[in-house]
Structures are given as C-alpha cells and as structure tokens.
Ligand binder design. Sequence first.
Ligand code: SF4
Length: 536
Amino acid sequence: MRALLVQAATPPTYWGYQHSLPFIRKKATLPPLGLATLAAHLPEAWEIRIRDLHLGPLSGEDLRWADAVLVSGMLVQARSMREVLARARRLGKVTVAGGPAPTTSPDAFPEADHLFLGEAEGRLDRLVRALEGPGPSPERILSPPGLERPDLALARVPRFDLLDLQAYATFALQVSRGCPFTCEFCDIIEVFGRVPRVKAPGQVLAELEALRRLGARGPLFLVDDNFIGNRRAAARLLPEIAAWQRASGWPFDLYTEASLDLASEPGLLRAMVEAGFSAVFVGIETPNPASLAEAGKKQNLRTDPAEAVRTLARAGLEVFAGFIVGFDSDDETIFDRQLAFISSLPIPRAMVGTLLALPGTALWRRLEREGRPRTLPTGDQFDRPNFEPAMGEEALVAGYRRLLQALYTEEAYFARCALHLEVAPIRATPLRPGSLPTLARTVWRLGITGSRRRFFWRLLREGLRRGGLAAVPKAVTLAILGEHLIRYTQEEVLPRLAARLDEIRAEKRGRPAAHRVRRLDPAAARAPLGAAPAAG
Ligand code: SF4
C-alpha cells in the first residue's frame, strides 16, 4: 500500500505569517503534526509520503505514485482539500478526508470516497482494512461509530522523519487534548472533550528527543488546546522537560496555549519559564464582563484580565491573545472599549475576530433554537457573520474594520511591542544557526530600506535601553512579526472588509449584491467546486 498524506493549503491568514517568513528563510509556520501522528499509526509495511501544500504544489508524480490519497485540514482549508480529493479521484485513486473539518462538517467533502472522523490512536482498523481490501469498500465512514476519545497512552512518536522539518518556522508536538472549561463558542470541547487527556512525561520526552535527533532546534509549539487543562499533569511534566532541556543544551524555545487562569498559578508559571517556555497564547476575548458571562467564559470572570496578562508577562512569557467582538451583549461601544483595552496591554500580537458560530457547538445549538444561523462557516475569517448578529451586521462589520485598522497601524503595533519590552524580563537566548543572517536581512529590509524604519529603530533602542544586547533578538522578532500583521491588515483585511460593507449597504438599498448572505442551506457546503455563491 502506498499512502499519500496531504496537508491542504491555507489561504493567507494572520496565523500564516506569510510576510514574515522570508526574513527567516522558511516556507511555512507549522509542520502538519496531525499527518505525522497518523503516519505513526498506519501499518509499518505501508509506504508513506507526507506532502504539505504550504511548501509547494502537489506533483502529479506523487498522485500517480499513490494507491490511496488521504487529505487533512481545517474548515479554512476545505477548498484546497476538495481540490486535492477531486484531482486524486480523476486519477482513479481511493480518496479519504480526515482531520478537524471532516470531523465537524462531514457533508462538506463530496469528492472523498471515505471519511475518517475523530482521532487516530487505536481507531484505524476499519480504515486499514478498507484500503488494503481487494476491491473498493462500500463504507463511506471508515472511523468507528461515535467519537470515542482514545487514551493518549496509545499515542506513538509522530513520524517527524517524514517531514521537511527545516522548512518550518517552528516545530510542533502535542502533550494533551481537551479542556475542562465550557466556552459556548468552542468546538474543541465538543471534539476532544472536557476531560483533558495527557501523554505521560516519558512519551513527551521521547518526542522531544526524536525532534532533537532530527536536527530540530529553535521554537517549538506545544499545540495543546489548554496546556494547563490538567494542572497536576502539567506540574508533573514541567520539571522533567526542564531537566531534559538542561541535559540537551536547551534546544527548544517552547510556547503553547493556556487558559488565562495560568496567571493565578505562580508555581506552574515559574515551572513553565524554568522549562524554557517564552510565550503563551490565551483567549482573553473581551473586556465586557456581560459578554464573558454570556459565552460561559467563567475563568476569565474570576480574574482581572489586564492584571493576569501583566503577571504572565512579568514572569517571562510573551502573551499573544485572542479577542472577539459581536457577542449578543456587545453594543457599538465595544470597538472603542476593545481598542482601549488591547492598547493598554503588553500584547503585540492581538488576534481579533468576530464571533463565529461553529457547527456542533453550544453556541450553534442556541442560535438554532433562536432561528439565527445563516450559513455554515466558510473558513474565511473576514466573511460576513454566519448568524444574525444582535448589534446588526453593518455596525458589526464596520466596527470590526475600524478596530483592526486602529490596532495595526505602525504606531499602535510598535507601542504594544514597547509595552511588552517594558514589562517582560529580558533573558539571554542561545544564538541559533541562522540568527545572524536573519538579523542582517532584518536590519537591511526593515531598518534601512523599509518604510517603517523609524519604528524599527525606536523599538531596538527601547530594547537596548531595557535589556542591553540580550533584548535585541526579541525586538527583532517582534519587528518581523509586525511586518506580517501590519501588511496583512492593511493590504488584505481592510479592503476585504470594505468590500463586505459595500455588499451589506448595497443590499440595504435593495440592489443585487454579488455575495449576498443566504439563509442556512447545508447543501451549499457541497456546491460544486468553483460555483459562485448563490444569491438569495
Ligand atoms: S478555555 Fe479555550 S479551549 Fe477551553 S473551552 Fe474555552 S475556548 Fe475552548
């Protein structure tokens, strides 16, 4: 059996850092960890290739080589997934769609002969039997019935060896799945459950060691839903990671995702920093307590979010965070409140979205009861709201656009970077291969020829004043990240949101619009590839 595992492409997003990657000579941000994990659980006798479309187009040779083509992705990658599946099918290959998007939206992949829903560990027997069988399998769904969640004791070390690791800005591994909280909009708890499942320390160290032996050095993202979902397990693991890092010469700069209540766990926080963590993503969402209550985000109501962020930053973690506008409890003042709130925080990278209703979530179920869903999510963060927003669509899209415009001016972004350098302790970081050429490229492009050179040098001066030469890597990294966040906002996001506003206003005036929002029609998700969205 020759299995071709394909990671579908993502259109440009805030998370893709497409404008930052050339500075560090990398092709993509994160390797396809899910496919490397799947590969570790497929039969040893199979020949396996992993192809990530973020690194380049899928070749005809790869497709012709394969007996079966297995494609994975999130909703934002659904179009690319369907294109690969259609190409493979035209060549007569058996096609399988799996991963987050098929798991939550199985109807959206008509080009797949088979679907695999949920997690891989201990659940692949039917898939393997169907693909190895003498003839085509009549079964469409090749995962076991139900979405039972495997014990992560079954997890094997991912096949990192099948990845072109050096093509990525950061490496990745996973320690746990699931989160104990109940945020209404979150699909993680629906898919991975509310009882966090955690790998044993020995498993995690084996994965770290496997990466190290393959030459991986530098940033490593622990892609957990909530790294402190099981605090006791995190507390047990962290000293072991610290000891391994020390013994191995500190190969990795770690970062992860965690809930904001990490700030109220000083022991855990200290242990993270001692293990080599330097950044954490947290879901802050909103300064509006009524919206937090509406969303069931109780953990953020138990703490002062601004103080929690400063606690994390003072401990040595760069906080990057998610924010949401468009809760039912938000009125039109929320945009100014969010702007003032975010601008006061040492959070250079503030990821702001409008509230999205994902199928299968408590939010989706509530909106269905209220008759408010409009469309299934398209995966486009800057599409029109996929449910009837309480504040009105025009006000929401216009306010959201204003907010992003204000957050990603050069002045605003570099001011938040300076706030971060002001608050965070400066620590010397090991010089990595490629650090000096990156520094030279950045100085040339941002400090000498770039239009933002004034801001670049001011941030560098601020870093030097605060922490001397040890602060230079952080200041340079923030400037590189800012290049993407600012350019992507100004060149892509704002024009797209302006076009959405034009559509909304045209509709209000009764003129036909090219991309009207239609009432929910699940068949729309299965529309032929390339079909224009139906007006209605
Ligand atoms: S804390 Fe994060 S992962 Fe946990 S339920 Fe809330 S949004 Fe989901």
